[in-house]
Design a protein around this ligand. Structure first.
Ligand SMILES: Nc1ncnc2c1ncn2[C@@H]1O[C@H](COP(=O)(O)OP(=O)(O)OP(=O)(O)O)[C@@H](O)[C@H]1O
Ligand SMILES: [Mg+2]
Length: 89
């Protein structure tokens, strides 16, 4: 996953309102949904397994929400909105 940078005041691109924004590392990757490489898919499935083994439930975990960086053969999961731990934890 991309490394978190922190929460900063961000100007919304359309409304120009300043809002708190969670900023993460920029990943120069390609959406997995546009990649046709077995290693990319297997890395993605492995990453999903790791998230689940930590007890998180995932929302919207489709292959449009993963970035593949071919140069380092690494997958990054993005768009983890609403992910969480079960409430009874
Ligand atoms: N950490 C990141 N580094 C580089 N690009 C990113 C990063 N996070 C998101 N993006 C870019 O922004 C796009 C959309 O991100 P995200 O999936 O979080 O938003 P979304 O509103 O769900 O859009 P979509 O419906 O296209 O999935 C990604 O496909 C990617 O191109
Ligand atoms: Mg998305």
């Amino acid at each position: 996953m991309p490394k978190p940078e922190g929460v900063f005041d961000i100007e919304h691109p359309f409304s120009k309102i300043i809002v708190p924004g969670f900023v993460m590392e920029y990943i120069p990757g390609i959406r997995l949904s546009r990649v046709n490489e077995t290693l990319a898919t297997s890395s993605w499935l492995n990453e999903i397994r790791k998230v689940r083994s930590l007890g998180y439930y995932m929302v919207d975990w489709g292959d449009n929400n993963a970035l593949w960086v071919p140069e380092i053969k690494k997958i990054y999961l993005i768009d983890f909105e609403s992910w969480g731990l079960p409430k009874n934890n």
